[in-house]
Design a protein around this ligand. Structure first.
Ligand code: BG6
Length: 507
Protein backbone atom coordinates (compact mmCIF):
# COMPACT_ATOMS: atom_id res chain seq x y z
CA UNK A 1 0.00 0.00 0.00
CA UNK A 2 1.39 3.41 -0.92
CA UNK A 3 2.33 5.55 2.07
CA UNK A 4 -0.06 8.44 2.63
CA UNK A 5 1.35 11.73 1.47
CA UNK A 6 1.71 13.73 4.70
CA UNK A 7 1.55 16.97 2.71
CA UNK A 8 -1.82 16.22 1.18
CA UNK A 9 -4.72 17.22 3.35
CA UNK A 10 -7.78 15.12 2.46
CA UNK A 11 -9.96 18.09 3.42
CA UNK A 12 -8.10 20.41 1.06
CA UNK A 13 -10.82 22.77 -0.18
CA UNK A 14 -8.62 24.08 -2.98
CA UNK A 15 -9.00 20.88 -4.97
CA UNK A 16 -11.65 21.32 -7.67
CA UNK A 17 -14.97 20.00 -6.53
CA UNK A 18 -16.57 18.06 -9.38
CA UNK A 19 -20.20 16.97 -9.35
CA UNK A 20 -20.84 13.21 -9.49
CA UNK A 21 -23.26 11.60 -11.98
CA UNK A 22 -26.43 13.67 -12.17
CA UNK A 23 -28.89 15.72 -14.17
CA UNK A 24 -31.19 18.69 -13.75
CA UNK A 25 -34.81 19.35 -14.65
CA UNK A 26 -35.44 23.00 -15.38
CA UNK A 27 -39.01 24.27 -15.03
CA UNK A 28 -39.60 27.60 -16.72
CA UNK A 29 -37.01 27.27 -19.48
CA UNK A 30 -38.46 30.10 -21.49
CA UNK A 31 -38.07 32.69 -18.74
CA UNK A 32 -35.36 35.33 -18.38
CA UNK A 33 -33.76 33.67 -15.38
CA UNK A 34 -33.25 30.38 -17.21
CA UNK A 35 -31.98 31.92 -20.42
CA UNK A 36 -29.72 34.58 -18.92
CA UNK A 37 -28.43 32.90 -15.78
CA UNK A 38 -29.17 29.22 -15.22
CA UNK A 39 -28.48 27.76 -18.68
CA UNK A 40 -25.28 29.78 -19.30
CA UNK A 41 -24.00 28.80 -15.85
CA UNK A 42 -24.57 25.11 -16.64
CA UNK A 43 -22.51 25.51 -19.81
CA UNK A 44 -19.77 27.43 -17.95
CA UNK A 45 -19.56 24.64 -15.38
CA UNK A 46 -19.30 22.05 -18.17
CA UNK A 47 -16.63 24.16 -19.85
CA UNK A 48 -14.64 24.31 -16.62
CA UNK A 49 -14.80 20.51 -16.36
CA UNK A 50 -16.90 20.60 -13.19
CA UNK A 51 -19.88 18.59 -14.46
CA UNK A 52 -19.91 14.82 -14.96
CA UNK A 53 -19.55 13.73 -18.61
CA UNK A 54 -23.12 12.36 -18.75
CA UNK A 55 -24.74 15.47 -17.23
CA UNK A 56 -28.23 15.90 -18.65
CA UNK A 57 -30.59 18.84 -18.71
CA UNK A 58 -34.31 18.37 -19.16
CA UNK A 59 -36.35 21.44 -20.03
CA UNK A 60 -40.01 21.45 -18.98
CA UNK A 61 -42.41 24.04 -20.38
CA UNK A 62 -45.74 24.51 -22.09
CA UNK A 63 -44.26 25.28 -25.53
CA UNK A 64 -44.79 22.81 -28.30
CA UNK A 65 -41.12 22.04 -28.81
CA UNK A 66 -39.11 19.01 -29.84
CA UNK A 67 -35.75 18.21 -28.22
CA UNK A 68 -34.01 20.04 -31.09
CA UNK A 69 -35.98 23.26 -30.50
CA UNK A 70 -34.98 23.20 -26.85
CA UNK A 71 -31.36 22.52 -27.84
CA UNK A 72 -31.48 25.58 -30.11
CA UNK A 73 -32.76 27.79 -27.26
CA UNK A 74 -30.04 26.47 -24.97
CA UNK A 75 -27.44 27.01 -27.68
CA UNK A 76 -28.55 30.62 -28.26
CA UNK A 77 -28.58 31.45 -24.57
CA UNK A 78 -25.11 29.95 -24.11
CA UNK A 79 -23.75 31.91 -27.08
CA UNK A 80 -25.28 35.12 -25.80
CA UNK A 81 -24.77 34.91 -22.07
CA UNK A 82 -22.10 32.37 -21.12
CA UNK A 83 -19.09 33.79 -19.30
CA UNK A 84 -16.52 31.41 -20.75
CA UNK A 85 -15.64 30.94 -24.42
CA UNK A 86 -17.75 28.71 -26.66
CA UNK A 87 -16.07 25.40 -27.38
CA UNK A 88 -17.62 22.98 -29.89
CA UNK A 89 -16.51 19.84 -28.06
CA UNK A 90 -18.03 21.00 -24.75
CA UNK A 91 -21.24 21.99 -26.47
CA UNK A 92 -21.47 18.67 -28.36
CA UNK A 93 -21.15 16.68 -25.18
CA UNK A 94 -23.62 18.83 -23.29
CA UNK A 95 -26.17 18.88 -26.11
CA UNK A 96 -26.34 15.08 -26.22
CA UNK A 97 -27.90 15.23 -22.79
CA UNK A 98 -30.60 17.81 -23.61
CA UNK A 99 -34.24 16.70 -23.55
CA UNK A 100 -37.53 18.56 -23.59
CA UNK A 101 -40.82 17.63 -21.95
CA UNK A 102 -43.91 19.57 -22.92
CA UNK A 103 -46.70 20.15 -20.44
CA UNK A 104 -48.57 22.32 -17.98
CA UNK A 105 -47.52 22.28 -14.36
CA UNK A 106 -50.51 20.12 -13.44
CA UNK A 107 -50.32 17.78 -16.41
CA UNK A 108 -50.23 14.15 -15.20
CA UNK A 109 -49.27 12.75 -18.57
CA UNK A 110 -46.35 15.16 -18.90
CA UNK A 111 -45.02 14.27 -15.45
CA UNK A 112 -45.19 10.60 -16.43
CA UNK A 113 -43.18 11.47 -19.52
CA UNK A 114 -40.73 13.32 -17.29
CA UNK A 115 -40.27 10.23 -15.13
CA UNK A 116 -39.64 8.07 -18.20
CA UNK A 117 -37.20 10.63 -19.59
CA UNK A 118 -35.20 10.54 -16.37
CA UNK A 119 -35.16 6.73 -16.45
CA UNK A 120 -34.03 6.79 -20.06
CA UNK A 121 -31.21 9.23 -19.24
CA UNK A 122 -30.15 7.11 -16.26
CA UNK A 123 -29.67 4.25 -18.71
CA UNK A 124 -28.22 6.16 -21.64
CA UNK A 125 -26.00 8.68 -19.82
CA UNK A 126 -25.45 7.18 -16.39
CA UNK A 127 -27.09 9.98 -14.40
CA UNK A 128 -27.62 7.48 -11.58
CA UNK A 129 -31.09 8.71 -10.63
CA UNK A 130 -29.57 11.89 -9.15
CA UNK A 131 -31.67 14.90 -10.14
CA UNK A 132 -32.15 18.51 -9.10
CA UNK A 133 -35.53 20.06 -9.93
CA UNK A 134 -34.95 23.75 -10.56
CA UNK A 135 -38.14 25.82 -10.23
CA UNK A 136 -37.38 28.93 -12.29
CA UNK A 137 -41.10 29.73 -12.24
CA UNK A 138 -43.39 32.09 -10.31
CA UNK A 139 -43.90 30.88 -6.72
CA UNK A 140 -47.64 30.57 -7.33
CA UNK A 141 -46.80 27.39 -9.30
CA UNK A 142 -44.41 25.86 -6.72
CA UNK A 143 -47.24 23.99 -5.00
CA UNK A 144 -48.53 22.43 -8.23
CA UNK A 145 -45.06 21.34 -9.35
CA UNK A 146 -43.84 19.84 -6.08
CA UNK A 147 -47.23 18.16 -5.68
CA UNK A 148 -46.79 16.53 -9.09
CA UNK A 149 -43.21 15.55 -8.29
CA UNK A 150 -44.47 13.80 -5.19
CA UNK A 151 -47.41 12.14 -6.90
CA UNK A 152 -45.30 10.82 -9.74
CA UNK A 153 -42.67 9.49 -7.34
CA UNK A 154 -40.07 11.91 -8.62
CA UNK A 155 -39.37 13.59 -5.30
CA UNK A 156 -38.31 10.37 -3.58
CA UNK A 157 -34.83 9.27 -4.67
CA UNK A 158 -34.20 5.70 -5.78
CA UNK A 159 -31.80 3.78 -3.50
CA UNK A 160 -28.36 5.45 -3.23
CA UNK A 161 -29.48 8.44 -5.25
CA UNK A 162 -30.59 11.96 -4.40
CA UNK A 163 -33.41 14.30 -5.41
CA UNK A 164 -33.23 18.01 -4.62
CA UNK A 165 -35.43 20.99 -5.31
CA UNK A 166 -34.10 24.46 -6.09
CA UNK A 167 -36.29 27.51 -5.58
CA UNK A 168 -35.72 31.14 -6.37
CA UNK A 169 -37.00 34.16 -4.51
CA UNK A 170 -39.44 35.74 -3.87
CA UNK A 171 -40.02 33.25 -1.06
CA UNK A 172 -43.52 34.55 -0.43
CA UNK A 173 -44.61 38.19 -0.20
CA UNK A 174 -44.83 38.39 3.59
CA UNK A 175 -44.23 36.22 6.63
CA UNK A 176 -47.47 34.36 6.36
CA UNK A 177 -47.16 33.44 2.68
CA UNK A 178 -43.52 32.46 3.23
CA UNK A 179 -44.63 30.03 5.92
CA UNK A 180 -47.22 28.51 3.59
CA UNK A 181 -44.57 28.17 0.87
CA UNK A 182 -42.12 26.56 3.26
CA UNK A 183 -44.79 24.12 4.42
CA UNK A 184 -45.50 23.21 0.81
CA UNK A 185 -41.84 22.45 0.13
CA UNK A 186 -41.23 20.75 3.48
CA UNK A 187 -44.22 18.52 2.96
CA UNK A 188 -42.55 16.95 -0.06
CA UNK A 189 -38.79 17.33 0.30
CA UNK A 190 -36.76 16.92 3.50
CA UNK A 191 -35.19 20.24 4.60
CA UNK A 192 -31.68 19.20 3.51
CA UNK A 193 -32.96 18.66 -0.05
CA UNK A 194 -34.43 22.17 -0.42
CA UNK A 195 -32.00 24.71 -1.88
CA UNK A 196 -33.20 28.33 -1.74
CA UNK A 197 -31.22 30.54 -4.06
CA UNK A 198 -30.17 34.00 -2.98
CA UNK A 199 -27.71 34.62 -5.76
CA UNK A 200 -25.87 37.33 -3.80
CA UNK A 201 -24.43 34.62 -1.58
CA UNK A 202 -22.89 33.04 -4.68
CA UNK A 203 -20.88 36.18 -5.44
CA UNK A 204 -17.16 36.01 -4.69
CA UNK A 205 -17.13 39.48 -3.18
CA UNK A 206 -19.92 38.55 -0.79
CA UNK A 207 -18.17 35.39 0.38
CA UNK A 208 -15.05 37.49 0.78
CA UNK A 209 -16.74 39.41 3.60
CA UNK A 210 -16.25 36.28 5.70
CA UNK A 211 -12.64 35.85 4.57
CA UNK A 212 -11.85 39.49 5.29
CA UNK A 213 -13.44 39.40 8.73
CA UNK A 214 -12.30 36.02 9.98
CA UNK A 215 -8.96 35.40 8.28
CA UNK A 216 -7.42 38.67 9.46
CA UNK A 217 -6.66 40.12 12.82
CA UNK A 218 -6.84 43.81 12.08
CA UNK A 219 -10.56 44.27 11.35
CA UNK A 220 -12.23 42.36 14.16
CA UNK A 221 -11.05 44.55 17.06
CA UNK A 222 -12.73 47.60 15.51
CA UNK A 223 -15.79 45.72 14.22
CA UNK A 224 -18.26 46.96 16.84
CA UNK A 225 -20.10 49.95 18.21
CA UNK A 226 -17.02 51.27 20.00
CA UNK A 227 -15.49 52.14 16.66
CA UNK A 228 -18.19 51.87 14.02
CA UNK A 229 -20.52 54.84 13.64
CA UNK A 230 -22.95 53.28 11.18
CA UNK A 231 -23.14 50.93 8.21
CA UNK A 232 -24.57 51.70 4.76
CA UNK A 233 -25.53 48.86 2.46
CA UNK A 234 -26.39 50.02 -1.03
CA UNK A 235 -27.56 48.13 -4.06
CA UNK A 236 -28.15 50.66 -6.82
CA UNK A 237 -29.14 49.80 -10.35
CA UNK A 238 -29.25 52.08 -13.36
CA UNK A 239 -31.66 49.83 -15.24
CA UNK A 240 -35.44 50.14 -14.98
CA UNK A 241 -37.76 47.18 -14.72
CA UNK A 242 -37.25 46.21 -18.36
CA UNK A 243 -39.65 43.47 -19.45
CA UNK A 244 -40.37 42.35 -15.89
CA UNK A 245 -43.54 44.33 -15.21
CA UNK A 246 -45.52 41.15 -14.55
CA UNK A 247 -43.15 40.11 -11.80
CA UNK A 248 -42.31 43.51 -10.39
CA UNK A 249 -45.62 45.33 -10.08
CA UNK A 250 -46.95 44.64 -6.60
CA UNK A 251 -43.57 43.29 -5.44
CA UNK A 252 -41.36 46.39 -5.41
CA UNK A 253 -37.84 47.20 -4.29
CA UNK A 254 -38.09 46.12 -0.65
CA UNK A 255 -39.52 42.65 -1.32
CA UNK A 256 -37.39 42.13 -4.42
CA UNK A 257 -34.02 42.98 -2.90
CA UNK A 258 -34.00 44.16 0.73
CA UNK A 259 -35.86 41.12 2.12
CA UNK A 260 -33.24 38.79 0.69
CA UNK A 261 -29.97 40.15 -0.75
CA UNK A 262 -29.50 43.14 1.55
CA UNK A 263 -30.53 41.46 4.79
CA UNK A 264 -28.23 38.56 3.94
CA UNK A 265 -25.37 41.00 3.32
CA UNK A 266 -26.13 42.65 6.63
CA UNK A 267 -26.12 39.30 8.42
CA UNK A 268 -22.67 38.47 7.02
CA UNK A 269 -21.30 41.84 8.08
CA UNK A 270 -22.82 41.71 11.57
CA UNK A 271 -22.59 38.05 12.59
CA UNK A 272 -20.27 36.53 15.16
CA UNK A 273 -17.52 34.14 14.11
CA UNK A 274 -19.11 30.77 13.28
CA UNK A 275 -17.60 27.67 14.86
CA UNK A 276 -16.95 26.41 11.32
CA UNK A 277 -18.07 27.20 7.80
CA UNK A 278 -20.46 24.28 7.59
CA UNK A 279 -24.06 25.08 6.81
CA UNK A 280 -25.45 24.71 10.33
CA UNK A 281 -22.86 26.94 12.00
CA UNK A 282 -23.03 29.63 9.35
CA UNK A 283 -26.80 29.73 9.18
CA UNK A 284 -27.07 29.76 12.95
CA UNK A 285 -24.92 32.89 13.22
CA UNK A 286 -26.85 34.66 10.46
CA UNK A 287 -30.08 33.68 12.13
CA UNK A 288 -28.94 35.18 15.42
CA UNK A 289 -28.33 38.52 13.70
CA UNK A 290 -31.71 38.47 11.99
CA UNK A 291 -33.52 37.63 15.18
CA UNK A 292 -31.77 40.52 16.98
CA UNK A 293 -32.71 43.03 14.27
CA UNK A 294 -35.32 45.64 15.10
CA UNK A 295 -36.87 48.66 13.41
CA UNK A 296 -36.93 52.14 14.94
CA UNK A 297 -40.31 53.10 16.38
CA UNK A 298 -41.00 55.93 13.92
CA UNK A 299 -41.17 54.27 10.52
CA UNK A 300 -42.23 57.53 8.89
CA UNK A 301 -38.85 58.99 9.86
CA UNK A 302 -36.60 55.97 9.45
CA UNK A 303 -37.69 54.60 6.07
CA UNK A 304 -38.14 56.06 2.60
CA UNK A 305 -39.60 54.82 -0.64
CA UNK A 306 -39.88 56.19 -4.13
CA UNK A 307 -40.98 55.56 -7.68
CA UNK A 308 -38.92 56.78 -10.63
CA UNK A 309 -40.38 59.27 -13.05
CA UNK A 310 -39.02 60.29 -16.43
CA UNK A 311 -35.35 61.20 -16.41
CA UNK A 312 -31.95 60.35 -17.83
CA UNK A 313 -29.93 57.16 -17.87
CA UNK A 314 -26.62 56.71 -19.67
CA UNK A 315 -27.16 59.95 -21.59
CA UNK A 316 -30.59 58.86 -22.83
CA UNK A 317 -34.02 60.03 -21.89
CA UNK A 318 -35.94 57.25 -20.18
CA UNK A 319 -39.59 56.92 -19.22
CA UNK A 320 -41.05 56.82 -15.75
CA UNK A 321 -42.16 53.66 -13.98
CA UNK A 322 -45.86 54.32 -14.54
CA UNK A 323 -45.24 54.56 -18.30
CA UNK A 324 -43.38 51.23 -18.47
CA UNK A 325 -45.19 48.58 -20.47
CA UNK A 326 -47.42 46.42 -18.29
CA UNK A 327 -47.47 48.77 -15.28
CA UNK A 328 -50.82 50.05 -14.08
CA UNK A 329 -51.06 53.85 -14.04
CA UNK A 330 -52.30 53.64 -10.46
CA UNK A 331 -49.43 51.43 -9.31
CA UNK A 332 -48.03 52.26 -5.87
CA UNK A 333 -45.16 49.78 -6.21
CA UNK A 334 -41.92 51.31 -5.00
CA UNK A 335 -38.79 51.19 -7.17
CA UNK A 336 -36.64 52.67 -4.40
CA UNK A 337 -36.64 51.58 -0.77
CA UNK A 338 -34.49 52.55 2.18
CA UNK A 339 -34.80 51.32 5.73
CA UNK A 340 -32.97 51.82 9.02
CA UNK A 341 -32.48 48.82 11.27
CA UNK A 342 -30.79 48.27 14.60
CA UNK A 343 -29.10 45.10 15.75
CA UNK A 344 -29.73 44.67 19.43
CA UNK A 345 -26.54 42.96 20.50
CA UNK A 346 -23.59 44.04 22.62
CA UNK A 347 -21.50 44.38 19.46
CA UNK A 348 -23.92 46.56 17.51
CA UNK A 349 -26.06 48.44 20.03
CA UNK A 350 -26.35 52.06 18.91
CA UNK A 351 -25.01 51.45 15.39
CA UNK A 352 -27.70 51.98 12.75
CA UNK A 353 -27.56 49.91 9.59
CA UNK A 354 -29.01 51.79 6.61
CA UNK A 355 -30.12 49.60 3.71
CA UNK A 356 -31.16 51.04 0.35
CA UNK A 357 -31.98 49.73 -3.07
CA UNK A 358 -33.35 51.37 -6.15
CA UNK A 359 -33.82 51.01 -9.86
CA UNK A 360 -32.93 53.80 -12.32
CA UNK A 361 -30.46 55.37 -9.93
CA UNK A 362 -27.30 57.26 -10.88
CA UNK A 363 -25.23 54.16 -11.59
CA UNK A 364 -24.99 50.43 -10.98
CA UNK A 365 -23.15 49.77 -7.75
CA UNK A 366 -23.47 47.42 -4.80
CA UNK A 367 -21.36 48.12 -1.74
CA UNK A 368 -21.16 47.75 2.00
CA UNK A 369 -19.65 50.77 3.72
CA UNK A 370 -18.54 50.55 7.33
CA UNK A 371 -18.26 54.14 8.49
CA UNK A 372 -16.10 54.62 11.57
CA UNK A 373 -16.46 57.15 14.35
CA UNK A 374 -14.24 60.20 14.27
CA UNK A 375 -11.04 60.09 16.28
CA UNK A 376 -11.92 61.10 19.86
CA UNK A 377 -9.45 63.92 19.73
CA UNK A 378 -7.78 65.75 16.82
CA UNK A 379 -4.55 67.52 17.79
CA UNK A 380 -4.80 69.77 14.72
CA UNK A 381 -6.38 73.11 14.06
CA UNK A 382 -9.92 73.04 12.73
CA UNK A 383 -8.75 74.46 9.40
CA UNK A 384 -6.19 71.64 9.00
CA UNK A 385 -8.90 69.00 9.10
CA UNK A 386 -11.65 70.76 7.20
CA UNK A 387 -11.51 68.20 4.40
CA UNK A 388 -11.17 65.16 6.62
CA UNK A 389 -14.28 62.98 6.85
CA UNK A 390 -14.84 59.73 8.74
CA UNK A 391 -12.68 56.66 8.14
CA UNK A 392 -14.48 54.08 6.04
CA UNK A 393 -14.00 50.54 4.88
CA UNK A 394 -15.96 49.87 1.71
CA UNK A 395 -16.54 46.40 0.33
CA UNK A 396 -17.14 46.92 -3.37
CA UNK A 397 -19.43 44.01 -4.22
CA UNK A 398 -19.87 45.07 -7.84
CA UNK A 399 -18.85 46.27 -10.38
CA UNK A 400 -15.17 47.13 -9.92
CA UNK A 401 -14.93 44.40 -7.27
CA UNK A 402 -12.58 45.04 -4.38
CA UNK A 403 -12.23 46.99 -1.16
CA UNK A 404 -11.34 50.55 -0.26
CA UNK A 405 -10.03 51.90 3.00
CA UNK A 406 -10.51 55.64 3.45
CA UNK A 407 -8.41 57.50 5.96
CA UNK A 408 -6.82 60.90 6.51
CA UNK A 409 -3.39 61.81 5.20
CA UNK A 410 -1.22 64.93 5.21
CA UNK A 411 -1.35 66.88 2.00
CA UNK A 412 2.27 67.41 0.85
CA UNK A 413 3.38 70.96 1.54
CA UNK A 414 4.61 73.27 4.24
CA UNK A 415 1.38 73.38 6.23
CA UNK A 416 -0.48 70.68 8.10
CA UNK A 417 -3.48 70.04 5.97
CA UNK A 418 -5.25 66.68 6.24
CA UNK A 419 -7.45 65.20 3.63
CA UNK A 420 -9.09 61.82 2.83
CA UNK A 421 -7.12 59.31 0.77
CA UNK A 422 -8.04 55.81 -0.38
CA UNK A 423 -6.13 52.56 -0.17
CA UNK A 424 -7.41 50.12 -2.67
CA UNK A 425 -7.66 46.40 -3.29
CA UNK A 426 -8.97 45.44 -6.72
CA UNK A 427 -9.61 41.83 -7.69
CA UNK A 428 -8.25 42.48 -11.17
CA UNK A 429 -4.94 43.72 -9.76
CA UNK A 430 -4.42 40.85 -7.30
CA UNK A 431 -5.83 37.77 -9.00
CA UNK A 432 -5.42 36.57 -12.55
CA UNK A 433 -8.44 34.29 -12.49
CA UNK A 434 -11.80 35.91 -13.28
CA UNK A 435 -14.52 35.38 -10.69
CA UNK A 436 -17.14 32.80 -11.65
CA UNK A 437 -20.74 33.93 -11.94
CA UNK A 438 -22.78 33.48 -8.77
CA UNK A 439 -25.01 30.94 -10.51
CA UNK A 440 -22.05 28.74 -11.44
CA UNK A 441 -21.07 28.41 -7.81
CA UNK A 442 -24.61 27.88 -6.58
CA UNK A 443 -25.64 25.31 -9.20
CA UNK A 444 -22.45 23.37 -8.56
CA UNK A 445 -23.18 23.43 -4.82
CA UNK A 446 -26.70 22.10 -5.46
CA UNK A 447 -25.30 19.22 -7.51
CA UNK A 448 -22.71 18.52 -4.82
CA UNK A 449 -25.30 18.80 -2.05
CA UNK A 450 -23.27 21.52 -0.32
CA UNK A 451 -25.70 23.81 1.56
CA UNK A 452 -23.78 26.65 3.33
CA UNK A 453 -24.58 29.28 0.71
CA UNK A 454 -28.33 28.66 0.72
CA UNK A 455 -30.51 30.44 3.28
CA UNK A 456 -32.58 28.22 5.50
CA UNK A 457 -36.32 28.84 5.83
CA UNK A 458 -35.85 30.26 9.36
CA UNK A 459 -33.73 33.05 7.84
CA UNK A 460 -36.37 33.72 5.21
CA UNK A 461 -39.09 33.99 7.84
CA UNK A 462 -36.98 36.20 10.11
CA UNK A 463 -36.31 38.54 7.20
CA UNK A 464 -40.03 38.89 6.55
CA UNK A 465 -40.59 39.54 10.24
CA UNK A 466 -38.21 42.50 9.96
CA UNK A 467 -39.76 43.85 6.78
CA UNK A 468 -43.50 43.23 7.25
CA UNK A 469 -44.13 46.24 9.55
CA UNK A 470 -42.43 48.53 7.01
CA UNK A 471 -44.53 47.15 4.17
CA UNK A 472 -47.71 47.55 6.23
CA UNK A 473 -46.73 51.10 7.09
CA UNK A 474 -46.14 51.97 3.44
CA UNK A 475 -49.35 50.26 2.35
CA UNK A 476 -51.27 52.61 4.64
CA UNK A 477 -49.51 55.69 3.23
CA UNK A 478 -50.61 55.35 -0.41
CA UNK A 479 -48.32 56.67 -3.13
CA UNK A 480 -44.53 56.52 -2.89
CA UNK A 481 -42.47 59.70 -3.33
CA UNK A 482 -41.05 60.40 -6.77
CA UNK A 483 -37.54 60.70 -8.07
CA UNK A 484 -36.31 61.42 -11.58
CA UNK A 485 -34.54 58.48 -13.27
CA UNK A 486 -30.78 58.88 -13.02
CA UNK A 487 -30.81 60.50 -9.57
CA UNK A 488 -30.17 58.90 -6.16
CA UNK A 489 -33.73 58.44 -4.98
CA UNK A 490 -36.36 60.72 -3.43
CA UNK A 491 -35.47 63.61 -1.08
CA UNK A 492 -37.13 61.66 1.73
CA UNK A 493 -34.20 59.20 1.60
CA UNK A 494 -31.74 62.04 2.21
CA UNK A 495 -33.95 63.46 4.93
CA UNK A 496 -34.01 60.08 6.63
CA UNK A 497 -30.21 60.17 7.11
CA UNK A 498 -30.04 63.91 7.70
CA UNK A 499 -32.22 63.45 10.78
CA UNK A 500 -29.44 61.29 12.19
CA UNK A 501 -26.82 63.88 11.14
CA UNK A 502 -25.52 61.67 8.33
CA UNK A 503 -25.48 61.54 4.54
CA UNK A 504 -25.66 58.73 2.03
CA UNK A 505 -22.56 57.92 0.11
CA UNK A 506 -22.64 58.85 -3.58
CA UNK A 507 -20.56 55.96 -4.88
C1 BG6 B 1 -32.54 40.09 -8.59
C2 BG6 B 1 -33.67 41.07 -8.59
O1 BG6 B 1 -32.64 39.25 -7.47
O2 BG6 B 1 -31.29 40.76 -8.56
C3 BG6 B 1 -33.52 42.03 -9.75
O3 BG6 B 1 -34.90 40.38 -8.70
C4 BG6 B 1 -32.16 42.66 -9.77
O4 BG6 B 1 -34.53 43.03 -9.70
C5 BG6 B 1 -31.08 41.57 -9.70
O5 BG6 B 1 -32.01 43.39 -10.98
C6 BG6 B 1 -29.70 42.17 -9.62
O6 BG6 B 1 -28.74 41.17 -9.62
P1 BG6 B 1 -27.21 41.52 -9.88
O7 BG6 B 1 -26.49 40.23 -9.65
O8 BG6 B 1 -27.13 42.02 -11.29
O9 BG6 B 1 -26.85 42.57 -8.90
Amino acid sequence: MAAANPLRDPEDRRLPRIAGPCGMVLFGVTGDLSRKKVVPAVYDLANRGLLPPGFSLIGYARRDWADQDFAQIVHDSVKQHARTEFREEVWNQLSEGLRFVQGDFDDDVAFDTLRRTIEELDQARGTGGNYAFYLAIPPSFFGAVVGQLQEHKLAQPPADAWRRVVVEKPFGHDLESARVLNDTLDGVFPPESVFRIDHYLGKETVQNILAMRFANNMFEPVWNGNYVDHVQITMAEDIGIGGRAGYYDGIGAARDVIQNHLLQLMALVAMEEPTSFDADSLRLEKQKVLSSTTLPRRLDLSTARGQYVEGWSGGEKVQGFLDEEGIKKSSTTETFAAITVNIETRRWAGVPFYLRHGKRLGRRVTEVAIIFKRAPHLPFSVTSTEELTQNALVVRVQPDEGMTLRFGSKVPGTTMEIRDVNMDFAYGGSFTEASPEAYERLILDVLLGDPPLFPRHEEVELSWKILDPVLDHWARKGRPDRYPAGTWGPPSADAMLARDGRTWRRP
